[in-house]
Design a protein around this ligand. Structure first.
Ligand SMILES: Cc1cc2nc3c(=O)[nH]c(=O)nc-3n(C[C@H](O)[C@H](O)[C@H](O)COP(=O)(O)OP(=O)(O)OC[C@H]3O[C@@H](n4cnc5c(N)ncnc54)[C@H](O)[C@@H]3O)c2cc1C
Length: 392
């Protein structure tokens, strides 16, 4: 594999960097960091990307994708992370969008895709249930046909950003015949439908992003069914592979590693820079090597996707290693922050002590514990790898 970029690719990188310098401004950054302003700020950011035509690099050009080469997509993602910009909210653009353009009918494509692209609709993912997480096919939320509608009853859980969502894409049980995977359908549900209740689940990082969503006799037009009834499992599996590939987070981990290295090089109020500690720098170097290996795995996966093969079972490896590396970096960052990570220092004192990163290190560490659970737990990714990659 030739890893040198061509002159065209380097020019493309410059163009992307310029776009970020012009559009990802300090005001937007501070609004993205403020939880009360986050929703509006991320929508505004996605709309800036949309106006530039860059919001959905993974989509085919005919539906609004960029038509970029594999290398251009890689460069775009690398620049995004290096600028510290957030990824797009995945539920519309990365998850349900591809399901709709792959398995939906023309009417559904026309109705939903433009509104996903311009961030008019916020989507959330209704897969997990109190009794169905890793064993997703055990899901019990029922959809019964009644005339031109389905009537939905049950509950979804851990639904990220359901409190903001206009729509939820759900896996629902439409049959109890045969294997449990065979009676599942993929339904698009308007969150404003009567009978839907959203209950918040605050998490250890002090943030409200998770929810339980209850469905009590919710009527959903049968026109909102994707593909065929009872074939939802096939569509869901395709989506999960996109989800896992996109949560490897190589670019973000590279950015975090560079940040930790810079901060560890600073003079400490209570001693020599941490980078001079051989144990600390050996850990940093170890993670950097693992991250480089992961980057090459991602490039291989992208190359096979470019050959039309789609993300395969290697997306499980990407998810597994990507989240382990993310957690290793979070732990290193916490160690760097030392006991300051356990206190609410306040901005001024933290800055005076040279530990202005302690709060962020702690919050990232707290939320990051979830990374080995969501998108399919890492234990389950190991099972998939054992079976389909190693053939055990
Ligand atoms: C922050 C966060 C955001 C999320 N967002 C969403 C969302 O937006 N939409 C959504 O639908 N879901 C979401 N989820 C749910 C997520 O997909 C599930 O938590 C995940 O699939 C695991 O299911 P569970 O929590 O029921 O755990 P369980 O399946 O009960 O697993 C418990 C433990 O047992 C292990 N285990 C289970 N089965 C096996 C096995 N066969 N072999 C070995 N070990 C096993 C697991 O690895 C885990 O350690 C989110 C979760 C988190 C933490």
């Amino acid at each position: 594999m030739d890893t040198n970029f061509s002159a065209e690719d380097l020019a493309f990188r410059q163009q992307v960097e310029q776009f970020y310098d012009d559009n990802f401004d300090d005001d937007l950054v501070s609004r993205l960091l403020d939880r009360r302003q986050f929703r509006d700020a991320i929508i505004e950011w996605q709309q800036r990307l949309f106006r530039q035509g860059w919001v959905a690099p993974g989509w085919p050009e005919e539906y609004g994708g960029t038509g970029w080469t594999l290398t251009q997509k890689f460069i775009f993602e690398d620049v995004r992370a290096s600028k510290g910009a957030p990824d797009v909210i995945p539920f519309g653009l990365i998850m349900v969008g591809p399901v709709i353009y792959t398995f939906g009918n023309d009417e559904q494509k026309e109705r939903f895709l433009p509104r996903i692209l311009n961030s008019e609709d916020w989507w959330c993912q209704g897969y997990s249930e109190p009794g169905a997480g890793s064993d997703l096919a055990a899901l019990q939320t029922k959809a019964e046909r009644d005339g031109d509608d389905y009537v939905v009853n049950g509950a979804k859980i851990w639904t990220t950003y359901a409190q903001y969502a206009d729509w939820i894409f759900c896996l629902v049980r439409t049959s109890n015949e045969g294997k449990k995977q065979e009676g599942i359908s993929f339904l698009l549900i308007d969150m404003k439908s009567p009978g839907i209740t959203v209950n918040p689940i605050p998490t250890i990082d002090g943030v409200h992003s998770l929810n339980e969503v209850q469905f009590d006799n919710v009527r959903v037009p049968a026109a909102n069914l994707i593909g065929e009834e009872n074939k939802g499992w096939t569509y869901a599996k395709a989506l999960l592979q996109h989800e896992r590939t996109s949560i490897a987070g190589v670019g973000d981990s590279k950015k975090k590693l560079a940040t930790i290295r810079e901060q560890a090089g600073r003079e400490q109020s209570n001693g020599a820079p941490m980078i001079e500690d051989p144990m600390f720098s050996a850990r940093l170097a170890g993670i950097e090597i693992d991250l480089m290996a992961l980057e090459y795995l991602e490039l291989r996966s992208l190359a096979s996707a470019a050959d039309g093969k789609g993300p395969g079972t290697e997306s499980s490896l990407l998810k597994l290693r990507g989240t382990e590396i993310r957690q290793a970096l979070d732990e290193l960052h916490m160690d760097l922050a030392g006991y300051y990570a356990g206190t609410e220092l306040g901005e001024q004192l933290a800055s005076e002590l040279g530990h202005d990163f302690a709060d962020r290190a702690r919050n990232s560490y707290m939320y990051g514990r979830a990374a080995t659970i969501f998108g399919g737990s890492n234990e389950v990714q190991r099972n998939i790898t054992a079976k389909y990659v190693l053939g055990l």
